[in-house]
Design a protein around this ligand. Structure first.
Ligand SMILES: *Cc1c(COP(=O)(O)O)cnc(C)c1O
Length: 974
């Protein structure tokens, strides 16, 4: 640009593709020097060297020109405005809620919370671990059961998981039947039926009180029921249990502040959605589900559990407990395939409980209940008939002309539950006002209804209310722990949230090079639309004509993803990658069935696969056959061929990952697909590594039939400390008719228009966690065809740069063509461990001292670290990370040579805390500066792990998954 006063042209001053250079870390000059260092002439040259010619896309993507942040936001706003935000009284598991603004801004809109990863490195994650522990405490207290898990994907899948647990623990081993009360939400029944069919269970639907008349291994009830009725279920629970059945109860946290908790009524499992604790409905999600059970079932519990253990100083410290139950270790024997699971939303719900406290929650619940009593009393007074006489917040009103009532409601901007015969359902919530009640009277009784809210209220105060049966009024305390009784002013709450945030390392501090997890930039412009009311306030079952903005956004995003993946059709329903796997395998199974080949039940999975692959296959009752990998980390083609041939009559599918989980573009991937197809199988390609494919190649082009996309990896949805996520699946045309459907909202197979009436649902909401889709939408819109391709190229450049910089210090385990890696690389610590005793765990924890999150540890190969820098990290940050890794290598050398003691060294004692450094009894043989400020870069911006290394064994032996009381802290010190 000219430095004189001569104006340059407007074109030079405008930077239409500004976002691309903001999203991509390295600038032009940096890229040039990195390319030079690794020995490539250009990005294009690097691609020629790295990606096999036979799978490169012949032409550019068709997602269009990159838009600026300003334009993309303006365009999406115009789309969002096509959503009509009516007042929702639909209920069915989704309620309006007031997200406390202090939580909205400081948690949901705060990268300190939303860009963190799942707390696998607990020493730098004590903040969110505490928030999740609080969530478990909320669950335990409100459900009345002693053991709770961290969070599940939604109420419907939690119910399906309860069925799985019931099968595992029930002593009624001979029964294959599961009873579901007709009082559960229709979408819950839908998801449970889908899951049951594939497990080979029979689902019996009937009246709740008849549950014990059947020979079943388990029962699902709902309390209060979907239509709002509250029944004493204690007898039916006891009767079912007398027949060795397990009883799960779906429930509602707000109702449980007033009702006797199902745990006290004898239930074995209590589950439900925590959405109404401050998480917007968001047209279906994301929301956290809660799940509680008996202590004795702890090894059967699905999903993550946060537990209290102690660190090397003997102080209490939190961590994920009993991980040996989970898919990454137990694989096809895991309790479930749950991986990413709504942590951010569980945290929001727990903060909601912390902020309101038990008294605040009771007040909110009582107000909701009183409004419901008033509404019911007014309607009855005017001669309307209710379907039942008990309720917490939901009544079912019998109406002669439902269509007329619904249209009157719509005219007033109100939505009622519309799927009941001869009745409408009305659910109230904490946002309900007197005006709402007045409007409800107007719609149901008439404009001149003459009902007086104050008079109705006075009558209730005088006469009492029996809408909650006396024997079911809650008498037990809840949320008595200090944490729920301390932070009720906004200042206190703000500081509490901040104090937890400070304990956690997230992307707003440093790069998180977790291989396979793609921790890239989650741009602010991508996040902004998530909290627009136009996206946040829609009920998932609102009439479709009110959701035209959503429809347009989802359709456009689907079209883009179809183009990017080379598939023909897409389903947005799955709420995580693992759910996508389940849905994809479900489509494959139904496809085989449709061709009279329902007996095909073998799934080939390479040794190196992610644990969710075999865990998902198990959910379809598929038999997993493991295929070997060769010395270079590639799928062993001969072994694949032999095994495929052996099982050819029963081959259902193969699940592969591309580039492989070893971080290599296998030359033979097309052949792999051909072999599987030759023997009648389908190819499932795990899409977690799409960040090395977008714009360069595609699953469809390679020859696969179905893939999930982790929108929370490649497409910029932040990980939220362990969720939310979205795992839509793309399929070739022949699988499109077998995509998930939904029992409440009719769905068509995207791209084909085919009606999906009977396939069954895999999530509670028709489009999964719809309200985070704007993130991926914005990303694609702001990157355009060109930017998306460039992102993949720079991801590969960054990985090759790191690999080449580190290879003189650590062996890089697998390489492909021309010694190139794909978008991630594995460094092998096993030889060092052998020589020095320093473990991969020591290296991971020592990285914390250097201000970094560890790369992925021991996946896909034990004793290694897998590094995925992503395209978003600039050269300076990569160099900082590399410097740390090289310094650590030098430290290992000192242990190896005997210069440092085998245990009295900074690697063994990592991470170091402020308490260590300030300890007047510092007695280590190395100095404090080396411990905490090993290099200059750290001294400038120190991140302090808040606890020392945590004792996993102690925590698993002494499982505590609730907030310890102050006394118990003393025990730890002993
Ligand atoms: C992340 C990942 C998954 C699972 O995705 P979730 O969204 O966590 O369920 C599956 N496969 C691979 C290779 C992954 O990296």
């Amino acid at each position: 640009m000219s430095t004189s006063n001569t104006p340059v042209s407007l074109l030079d001053l405008e930077q239409p593709n500004d976002f691309i250079r903001r999203h991509i870390g390295p600038g032009r000059d940096e890229m040039a020097s990195m390319l030079d260092f690794i020995g490539a002439d250009s990005l294009d040259d690097l691609m020629q060297q790295t990606v096999p010619a036979g799978i490169r896309l012949p032409e550019p993507l068709k997602v269009g020109e990159a838009q600026t942040e300003v334009n993309a936001l303006a365009e999406l706003k115009a789309v969002a405005k096509k959503n009509v935000i009516n007042r929702s009284f639909i209920g069915m598991g989704y309620s309006n809620t007031h997200t406390p603004n202090v939580i909205l801004r400081n948690v949901l809109e705060n990268p300190g919370w939303y860009t963190a990863y799942t707390p696998y490195q607990p020493e730098i994650a004590q903040g969110r671990l505490q928030a999740i522990l609080n969530f478990q405490q909320v669950t335990i207290d409100l459900t009345g059961l002693p053991l709770a898990s961290a969070s599940l994907l939604d109420e419907a899948t939690a119910a399906a998981e309860a069925m799985g647990l019931a099968k595992r623990v029930s002593k009624n081993k001979k029964s294959n039947s599961f009873f579901v009360s007709q009082g559960v939400h229709p979408q819950t029944l839908d998801v449970v039926k889908t899951r049951a069919e594939m497990f080979g269970f029979e689902v019996i639907v009937g009246h709740a009180l008849e549950a014990a008349n059947h020979d079943v291994f388990g029962v699902l009830l709902q309390y209060p029921s979907s239509t709002g009725e509250i029944k004493n279920i204690s007898k039916v629970i006891a009767d079912v249990q007398a027949n060795k059945g397990i009883v799960a109860v779906a429930s509602d946290l707000m109702a449980l502040t007033m009702l006797t908790p199902p745990g006290e009524l004898g239930a074995d499992v209590v589950l439900g959605s925590a959405q109404r604790f401050g998480v917007p409905m968001g047209y279906g999600g994301p929301h956290a589900a809660f799940f509680a059970t008996r202590d004795s079932y702890k090894r059967s519990l699905p999903g993550r559990i946060i537990g209290v253990s102690k660190d090397t100083r003997g102080r209490p410290a939190l961590r994920m407990a009993l991980q040996t139950r989970e898919q990454h270790i137990r694989r096809e024997k895991a309790n479930s395939n749950i991986c990413t699971a709504q942590v951010l939303l569980a945290n929001m719900a727990s903060f909601y409980a912390v902020y309101h406290g038990p008294i605040g929650l009771k007040t909110i619940a009582n107000r909701i209940h009183r409004f419901t009593d008033i509404l019911a009393a007014g309607l009855v007074q005017k001669g309307l008939e209710l379907a039942h006489t008990t309720w917490f917040d939901t009544i079912t009103v019998k109406v002669a002309n439902k269509a007329e009532v619904l249209s009157k409601a719509t005219a007033k901007g109100m939505n009622f539950r519309a799927d009941l015969d001869g009745a409408v359902g009305i659910s109230l919530d904490e946002t309900t006002t007197r005006t709402d009640i007045d409007d409800l009277f107007a719609v149901l009784v008439g404009d001149n209804h003459g009902l007086d809210i104050a008079a109705l209220d006075a009558a209730i105060v005088e006469n009492g209310s029996e809408s909650i049966p006396q024997e079911l009024v809650r008498t037990s305390d809840f949320l008595t722990h200090e944490v729920f009784n301390s932070y009720h002013s906004e200042t206190e709450m703000l500081r509490y949230i901040k104090s937890l945030e400070n304990k956690d390392l997230a992307l707003n501090h440093s790069m998180i090079s977790l291989g396979s997890c793609t921790m890239k930039l989650n741009a602010t412009a991508e996040m902004i639309p998530v909290t627009w009311p136009e996206f946040g306030q829609l009920h998932p079952f609102a009439p479709i004509d009110q959701a035209q903005g959503y429809k347009e956004m989802i359709d456009e995003l689907s079209d883009w993803l179809i183009d990017i993946t080379g598939y023909d059709s897409l389903s947005m329903q799955p709420n995580s990658g693992a759910q996508g796997e389940y849905s994809g395998l479900l489509a494959i199974t139904r496809y085989h069935q449709s061709r009279g080949e329902g007996h095909r039940n073998v799934c080939l999975i390479p040794q190196s696969a992610h644990g969710t692959n075999p865990a998902s296959a198990q959910m379809l009752s598929l038999k997993v056959v493991v295929v070997n990998c060769d010395a270079k980390g590639n799928v062993d083609l001969n072994d694949l061929r032999t095994k495929a041939e052996e099982v050819k009559d029963n081959l259902s599918c193969a699940m592969i990952t591309y580039p492989s989980t070893h971080g290599v573009y296998e030359e033979t991937v097309k052949e792999i697909c051909d072999i599987v197809h030759e023997f009648g199988g389908q190819v499932y390609m795990d899409g977690a590594n799409m960040n090395a494919q977008v714009g360069i190649t595609s699953p469809g082009l390679i020859g696969s039939d179905v893939s999930h996309l982790n929108l929370h990896k490649t497409f910029c949805i932040p990980h939220g400390g362990g969720g939310p996520g979205m795992g839509p699946i793309g399929v070739k045309a022949h699988l499109a008719p077998f995509l998930p459907s939904h029992s409440v909202v009719g769905l068509e197979a995207g791209g084909t228009g085919e009606d999906l009436a009977n396939n069954g649902a895999v999530s509670a909401a028709p489009w999964g966690s719809a309200s985070i889709l704007p993130i991926s939408y914005m990303y694609i819109k702001m990157m355009g065809s060109e930017g998306l391709k460039k992102a993949s190229e720079v991801a590969i450049l960054n990985a090759n740069y790191v690999a080449k910089k580190l290879e003189g210090h650590y062996p890089v385990l697998y390489k492909g063509n021309n010694d190139r890696v794909a978008h991630e690389c594995i460094i092998d610590l096993r030889p060092l461990k052998e020589a020095s005793g320093v473990t991969e765990m020591d290296v991971a924890k020592r990285l914390n001292d250097y201000g970094f999150h560890a790369p992925t540890m021991s996946f896909p190969v034990a004793g290694t670290l897998m590094i995925e820098p992503t395209e978003s990290e600039a050269l300076a940050e990569l160099d900082r990370f590399i410097e740390a890794m090289i310094c650590i290598r030098e430290e290992i050398a000192k242990v190896e040579s005997g210069e440092w003691d085998a245990t009295d060294n900074p690697l063994h004692n990592a991470p170091h805390t402020l308490a260590d450094i300030c300890d007047s009894n510092w007695d280590r043989s190395y100095d404090r500066q080396l411990a905490a400020y090993p290099v200059d870069a750290v001294a400038k911006d120190k991140f302090w792990p808040t606890v020392n290394r945590i004792d996993d064994v102690y925590g698993d032996r002494n499982l505590i998954c609730s907030c310890p009381d102050l006394d118990s802290y003393r025990d730890f010190a002993e």
